[in-house]
Design a protein around this ligand. Structure first.
Ligand code: HEC
Length: 114
């Protein structure tokens, strides 16, 4: 048996383990705390939307989502599109449920900034 094989196997495992998906759900917030833009929502938008809905916008996105007010003012259409299966946002496909749930709870909690 080739003595290099176990090492190769470990390297493959390491590489697989390290592959980082940027749509991984961010850690879930404390269920007793209210959801806020600063603590919970901003990072989700930053990681999944701003490459198009930045300032300036890119790739044909119709508006920026870079500030609290911009996100708050569009909450209903944002919820519709992040949960849409036929025309989701981001366009590459729905985010994990955990992320979408945080944005829904943010609305339920009153769209707090911080
Ligand atoms: C790859 C670029 C890209 C990303 C990433 C992206 N969008 Fe968009 N978004 C677009 C484009 C282009 C449009 C206009 C076409 C359309 O409505 O499908 C759009 C439209 C929208 C609209 C308008 C819908 C309407 O009917 O007026 C909303 C709301 C939206 N995006 C929210 C988001 C949110 C929230 C995220 C992140 C979770 C996101 N988008 C990520 C490109 C993107």
């Amino acid at each position: 048996m080739n003595s290099k094989n176990p090492i190769l196997f470990l390297m493959v495992l390491l590489v697989l383990n390290c592959s980082n998906r940027d749509d991984d759900p961010i850690s879930q917030p404390d269920p007793n705390a209210k959801i806020t833009y600063d603590a919970n929502v901003k990072n989700i938008i930053g990681g999944n939307c701003l490459q198009c809905h930045g300032n300036p916008t890119a790739n044909g996105a119709p508006f920026s989502l870079t500030t609290y007010t911009q996100v708050k003012d569009r909450i209903d259409i944002i919820l519709t599109r992040i949960n849409s299966s036929s025309s989701p946002m981001p366009p590459t496909g729905q985010m994990p449920f955990g992320n979408r749930d945080i944005i829904q709870k943010w609305k339920n909690d009153g769209l707090l900034e911080n």
